[in-house]
Design a protein around this ligand. Structure first.
Ligand SMILES: NC(=O)c1ccc[n+]([C@@H]2O[C@H](COP(=O)([O-])OP(=O)(O)OC[C@H]3O[C@@H](n4cnc5c(N)ncnc54)[C@H](OP(=O)(O)O)[C@@H]3O)[C@@H](O)[C@H]2O)c1
Length: 245
């Protein structure tokens, strides 16, 4: 029986760490991001190059992936909405309309659309089905300079809880989790550390975490997310956090 992972933003960072964990467990993987990672191609991962903010293309591209799967032989399928961005860091009045729109589209609109397509397409399939939304501690705590990021991740938490309510009475429904990965050593953190104190008041804390070697690493985070996906004791709709080792 086959297990499948479909992930957004697998080309680097946390997405790449998640892919490594699923790959080590024999899962067939499809990753969608703007660029292709040569190492992943060598490992037999199917990579689709797409700017996800072009939301008019999502249905056609994801139905193409879904149509490659075999209903009879699939035992588990997971969709991980991982691609995300901080957008521009700075107080709201400094942000332009296009950045606000694109950030919310990638962080929030895309997971809504992909979750909708996933639930609809696989409704009558016997396989175990799960959606994991990669959220952030910033969904629960306002940070100066991150208004769009905080709000877009907060929406993902509520999406997670709402899907769980809607799936509660569905036969073989979708299990959905929101998982915050902690502070992880990726390009996103490099971007954060480049901000000015004027645009991001908490910068010192993030610089210190890096200097102290306190950031989570992508391989550990990937492994823990794999384990959470396979932990059937977790409640549907749970908002979880990866703790460091
Ligand atoms: N790092 C942290 O400390 C941290 C903490 C909490 C939550 N998170 C969340 O974890 C997730 C991954 O973050 P990360 O730190 O791994 O970030 P990252 O290193 O910047 O990676 C982001 C991934 O998303 C893809 N991506 C970005 N924009 C895209 C677009 N328009 N279309 C398609 N793909 C796109 C990138 O691929 P391409 O560039 O090839 O498109 C890349 O694979 C995000 O949702 C983030 O909010 C991160």
């Amino acid at each position: 029986m086959e297990k499948v992972l479909i992930i957004t933003g697998g080309s680097k960072g946390i997405g790449k760490g998640i892919i490594d964990a699923y790959l080590a467990n024999g899962v067939q993987i499809f990753s969608v991001s703007r660029s292709v990672n040569a190492e992943l191609s060598k490992n037999g991962i199917t990579q689709i190059e797409l700017d996800l903010t072009h939301t008019d293309k999502l249905e056609a591209e994801f139905l193409k992936i879904f149509s490659l799967l075999d209903k009879e032989s699939l035992s588990k399928i997971t969709l991980i909405n991982n691609a995300g961005t901080l957008g521009k860091i700075g107080p709201l009045e400094k942000l332009d309309a296009e950045t606000i729109d694109k950030t919310i589209r990638l962080n929030t609109t895309v997971p809504f659309i992909l979750s909708s397509l996933f639930i609809k397409y696989f409704r009558a399939w016997e396989a175990k089905k799960s959606i994991i939304n990669i959220t952030s501690g910033a969904a629960l705590k306002p940070y100066f300079g991150w208004s769009v990021y905080c709000a877009s991740k907060s929406a993902i938490n509520m999406l997670t809880q709402t899907i769980a309510v809607e799936q509660a009475d569905v036969k073989n429904g979708v299990k959905v989790l929101a998982i915050a990965p902690g502070v992880v050593d990726t390009d996103m953190q490099t971007e954060i550390r480049k901000s000015s104190k004027e645009d991001f008041k908490d910068i010192d804390r993030f610089v210190e975490l890096k200097a102290d070697g306190a950031l989570n690493n992508v391989l550990t985070v990937g492994r823990k997310i794999f384990e959470m996906d396979h932990d059937y004791s977790l409640e549907n709709g749970a908002i979880l956090r990866v703790e460091g080792d």
